[in-house]
Design a protein around this ligand. Structure first.
Ligand code: FMN
Length: 164
């Protein structure tokens, strides 16, 4: 992958995925696009409905995107885990744009322990295997292991960029 145009795309309800995206973006010196869910996701009702919608694999309405994914060689997609599934906002972004993705990498943030379902789902929706993946959970923040994990992830991406 000699072409180094990289875009980090993420949705974040409470800022965790946003913070990780910013660090990845800085490490890779690349563009970032935040996805905004038009539905109100605030408070307990937002949480409960969000969980139900994540589980049912619902899509939502997202604000128009600013960056055309076909202009990038690698799209790094980040989502919080909702009820062991993708957030509806990122599911919607993938549904609407996946035909424009050349290469992909995935990451998620979650409170609990790791699940493979999210990446399997992303792989299936997009029809491509990721060049790298990153899972960050609550424990990684306690012992600051998230920094090491992000380094491994970005190194893997660098390796792939130079090899392919
Ligand atoms: C609707 C909803 C459902 C969630 N479901 C899960 C879950 O199934 N497993 C888990 O470990 N964390 C779950 N979480 C916690 C989030 O994945 C976690 O806090 C994430 O880092 C939040 O990212 P954000 O701050 O970018 O929104 C859920 C959070 C929300 C709002």
């Amino acid at each position: 992958m000699q072409d180094k145009r990289i875009l980090v795309v993420y949705y974040s309800r409470t800022g965790t995925t946003k913070n990780i995206s910013k660090i990845i973006g800085e490490k890779l010196s690349c563009s970032i696009e935040e996805i905004y869910d038009v539905k109100n996701r605030d408070g307990l009702m937002g949480f409960l409905k969000g969980g139900r919608e994540g589980l049912k694999k619902n899509i939502t309405v997202i604000k128009p995107i600013k960056k055309d994914p076909s202009m990038f060689n690698l799209i790094i997609i980040g989502t919080p885990v909702w009820a062991s599934h993708l957030s509806p906002a990122i599911r919607t972004y993938i549904n609407e744009n996946h035909l424009k993705f050349k290469n992909v990498a995935f990451f998620y943030t979650q409170k609990g322990s790791a699940s493979n379902k999210v990446f399997d789902d992303m792989r299936e929706l997009i029809g491509k295997s990721p060049v790298a993946t990153l899972k960050i959970d609550g424990k990684d923040f306690k012992d600051e292991n998230y920094i090491n994990k992000i380094n491994e992830f970005t190194n893997e991406i660098f390796t792939n960029i130079n090899e392919v």
